[in-house]
Design a protein around this ligand. Structure first.
Ligand code: TRP
Length: 453
């Protein structure tokens, strides 16, 4: 992708290759959501039943909703706010635009903290800091690290790297680096899965992940699985919509939506196969929460010859995977500031990163300085979990529900059909997706919200 039109005032640049489309959207979707958040959410919510539900939500809600975001983005070549103006929608729809920008900022903030952790672990692994550490030791290492000042430093550094990339436009460089590192990440995960499966108590982990115990199916499990599906697919706040505004007319959006969803889900499931056998063999609790992966992964690497090399490689790729996700979050806000507030791209990037810095530092301090500071949401007492829970489980599904109503009911059907089939007439596929957007998606999300209340 070349310079943004928002900077030059010229026509919007478009992705020229199919690879560009896949690399950027998969780059956005695949990240900490798959490797860090999925295992810890599955662990907290009972394993198998959570995973089945998560996959069901990807198919029932995820694919139609990515298609809807793609259709809206490509039809207008605008971001989450401009799309409603371009389609001359009622002003009330602007609320969805604001919600998107707000959620993007909140997610960017806590996500940058975890991305900072990957940097600490990368440099730690390079220096061999975890090789001789016992399992209890790894627990202490994580606790001491996150309650100190170093996470603040890494959060700042990570956000500065984001600034350097996005202020130059979502440049070629990031596309190229994801083309190389995404397959590498995939290969590494497979290698670690094999290692993990050879551990003594691997079967217990697999049973936990793949054998659904539907008696554990409670309202929090359902809403957690739905939230995870939205989070992992970068869905509900116009992220995919913003990227689709760079698609050209030849992109087959249903096919691209399905590919993105399939690859994203595959990586999440593999991350589960990698983590849970180790959790059970090493005697960790699957319910450890956000720290789960950071304590278990180094333990797996310790079992392998050349462990610190593998570990460094892994945390570095995880860092890149996080980066390709955060730049997609930044892009939502930057496009909003450029299109709606008429800012220059560079200033828009500076504002986005500055706000993320303030909020990010609040999240980074959640594990130490702010222990004991209570926020008003039962069970989620700190900024970090509050942003995490509030965006994934509330704002994203709500955004998804409104998007489905807009794409299914407000958007002119001819415009919708042209995006799906290339002509104004409907096809079986565009009817199916349209039906899902009009009835299934809004109703399902609404029911889950109501039950959860
Ligand atoms: N999907 C990414 C992940 O799994 C996170 C992400 C990127 C995201 N952009 C987003 C989440 C927009 C919600 C909305 O790591």
């Amino acid at each position: 992708m070349s310079k943004s039109n928002t900077e030059t005032g010229g026509p919007r640049p478009l992705f020229t290759t199919r690879l560009g489309v896949i690399a950027t959207t998969v780059g956005s979707a695949v990240g900490l959501g798959n490797i860090w958040r999925f295992p810890y959410e599955a662990g907290v919510h009972g394993g198998g039943a959570f995973m089945m539900l998560y996959i069901a939500f990807i198919i029932i809600l995820g694919i139609p909703l990515i298609t809807a975001e793609y259709a809206l983005g490509r039809a207008t070549h605008r971001g989450i706010f401009g799309v409603f103006r371009a389609l001359k929608a009622h002003r009330a729809w602007n609320a969805l635009g604001y919600m998107g920008v707000l959620s993007a900022m909140l997610i960017l903030s806590f996500y940058s903290v975890v991305a900072g952790w990957t940097l600490e672990y990368f440099f730690g692994a390079v220096g061999g800091a975890y090789t001789d550490v016992s399992r209890e030791g790894l627990h202490t290492v994580f606790g001491e690290f996150t309650s100190g000042w170093r996470p603040l430093m890494w959060t700042v550094l990570f956000l500065v790297v984001n600034y350097l990339i996005i202020s130059r436009g979502v440049a070629r460089g990031i596309e190229r680096i994801s083309n190389v590192l995404m397959p590498l990440l995939f290969a590494l995960i497979i290698i670690f899965c094999v290692n993990s499966l050879m551990l003594p108590d691997a079967a217990a982990g697999l049973t936990f992940l793949f054998k659904p115990d539907f008696s554990s199916l409670t309202a929090p499990v359902v809403i957690g699985a739905m939230g995870q599906a939205f989070f992992s697919l970068s869905l509900g706040l116009g992220c995919m919509l913003t990227y689709a505004s760079y698609f050209n007319e030849r992109t087959d959006i249903v096919k691209s939506a399905t590919t993105t969803a399939a690859l994203d889900t595959l990586i999440a499931v593999l991350a589960g196969v990698l983590i849970f056998p180790a959790v059970f063999s090493f005697g960790y609790s699957p319910e450890a929460g956000p720290k789960l992966v950071f304590e278990v992964l180094p333990a797996i690497f310790n079992e392998m010859t050349g462990g610190s090399v593998w570990a460094s490689l892994f945390f570095f790729t995880l860092f890149i995977a996080s980066l390709t996700s955060t730049i997609s979050m930044c892009e939502i806000v930057v496009v909003f500031l450029c299109e709606e507030k008429k800012m220059k791209r560079r200033s828009a990037c500076a504002v986005t990163i500055a706000v993320a810095l303030v909020l990010g530092l609040l999240c980074a301090m959640s594990f130490g300085y702010f222990t004991g500071v209570e926020l008003p949401l039962i069970g989620h007492p700190d900024f970090f979990s509050w942003f995490d829970y509030g965006t994934s489980n509330i704002l994203l599904p709500l955004g998804g529900m409104l998007t489905s109503v807009f794409a299914g009911r407000v958007l002119d059907r001819k415009v919708f059909n042209r995006q799906i089939t290339g002509s104004e007439r409907p096809s079986a596929l565009s009817r199916l997706i349209g039906f899902s957007l009009r009835y299934i998606c809004p109703a399902l999300i609404a029911v889950i919200f109501i039950v959860n209340l």
